[in-house]
Design a protein. Structure first.
Length: 444
């Protein structure tokens, strides 16, 4: 507010000063034609001046005329005998209309304009001055008006701005109200987008994208919770049933051993599942740190085949390994081993007895990646299910997988492990001809 008032007064003062200067220049041109010398050498102002149309503008004029030597030739009554400046200055001769501000002996501050002009063949210096007191009065009046009016103007502008801002922010308020009503059961609600090209439309799109991600994450969490509950209920129910049957009547030592063995088998399955779930939880939270080392990946493949080979021998399956044994990777050996074992275990489970499983290790065409392909001769995966095989707890054959001890988490763990190392898993499967899981991994 103070800055605005100061700037306004400064601009007004500059404009008034320019007007006063221009008025003095015009007055100077008028006076030049009204001065004359008498026969006795005195200088006078033509009496016609008092009836001149511009006389009202010249009432407060202070006027002095000097010869080039500084002798006073004429001085009007408004000066009361006071000098309007001193002897002629060099600047007055070099500038057509020389302007200067001065204080007279009686304390008046004036703006003076001087100009050399010939009068009847004699070169004289004409000085005309106006008091700047009217300018000061105008500025004081303007300042008083601004002080009185500006608060009212600010109130009016504030009210208008409030109305305009309120109208402009109505879409934002509507978005806030709608967002406030969204709960866990209404994550499918979306904010309406009236104009997608303005800022509110962009904000609405961002909110809708956020709600879509939240809805998807919440749905995954609900499915995950439901699947975990289902998976935990099955072995617990089995253990309870076996225990209740064992308590209904007396059994021999061998029968009690079978009952306890069945319960321990379910406990082992529960323990394995809980360990896997803990691994997934740590992976989702980002608390797992990879301890990378450089090693030949063929060694890890052969080690994994040795672990899964026992299961393959029970089904009279053969596992063949081929490829470049010199390819090395930088990875956490334990987690990468887990991924390869899970893929091999999946191939053994779903391949028929007496079939063959092929492992091929080779560099990619651009030689920046190593491709580890595991091909089985199983039933393959339906086209519509390919995108879901890496989901947690997903199984194509519920009963068959349970018999093998699986919980539908192996492929999810394998996918996370590979992607955590900067790689990816690709799946190529045709129903009836088997499946090929390919790990693409950065090569050292």
């Amino acid at each position: 507010m103070g800055l605005y008032v100061s700037a306004t007064c400064a601009i007004q003062y500059w404009e008034l000063n320019e007007q006063l200067y221009n008025a003095e220049v015009q007055d100077m041109e008028t006076v030049e034609g009204l001065l004359y010398f008498t026969p006795d050498g005195r200088m006078l102002l033509n009496e016609e001046y008092h009836s001149h149309p511009d006389s009202k503008l010249l009432l407060d004029r202070l006027m002095e005329v000097l010869d080039p030597n500084g002798t006073v030739l004429f001085r009007n009554e408004k000066l009361n005998g006071l000098a309007l400046g001193g002897p002629p200055l060099p600047q007055e001769a070099s500038v057509r209309h020389f302007a200067t501000r001065m204080r007279l002996a009686d304390g008046r501050t004036v703006l003076a304009v001087s100009h050399y002009h010939p009068v009847q063949g004699n070169r004289v210096l004409i000085r005309i001055a106006y008091s700047i007191e009217p300018l000061r009065r105008r500025l004081i009046e303007l300042l008083i008006v601004l002080i009185l009016v500006l608060p009212l103007a600010l109130i009016a502008a504030g009210f208008a701005g409030y109305r305009v801002a309120g109208k402009a922010l109505n879409p934002l308020a509507a978005m806030a109200d709608l967002t406030d009503q969204i709960t866990a059961t209404r994550l499918n609600s979306r904010v309406p987008v009236e104009n997608p090209n303005d800022e509110f439309g962009r904000m609405a799109r961002v909110l809708n994208d956020l709600l879509e991600r939240l809805e998807e994450s919440f749905q995954k969490l609900q499915r995950f919770t439901s699947d975990v509950s289902h998976e935990l209920r099955t072995p617990l129910t089995s253990m309870r049933s076996v225990g209740e049957v064992g308590l209904q009547q007396r059994h021999s030592d061998a029968e009690y051993r079978d009952i306890i063995g069945s319960m321990l088998e379910e406990v082992g399955r529960l323990t394995s599942m809980i360990d896997t779930l803990l691994t997934i939880a740590h992976a989702d939270s980002g608390s797992i740190q990879l301890h990378r080392t450089v090693f030949p990946i063929m060694e890890l493949v052969e080690e994994s085949v040795g672990v899964v080979g026992v299961l393959a021998e029970e089904k009279k399956q053969t596992i063949s390994v081929a490829g470049d044994s010199d390819l090395s990777v930088s990875a956490d050996r334990g987690f990468l081993r887990m991924a390869v074992i899970n893929l091999l275990d999946n191939a053994v489970k779903y391949s028929p007895a007496g079939s063959a499983i092929h492992i091929l290790l080779e560099p990619s065409r651009e030689e920046r990646y190593v491709n580890l392909a595991i091909t089985d001769e199983g039933p393959g995966i339906p086209i519509g299910e390919v995108c879901r095989v890496f989901d947690r707890f997903y199984r194509l054959d519920e009963g068959r997988t349970r018999e093998g001890g699986g919980a539908g988490l192996g492929l999810a763990i394998a996918k996370w492990s590979v992607e955590a190392h900067g790689g990816e898993i690709l799946l190529d499967s045709t129903p009836g001809t088997g499946s090929t899981f390919t790990i693409r991994f950065p090569v050292v």
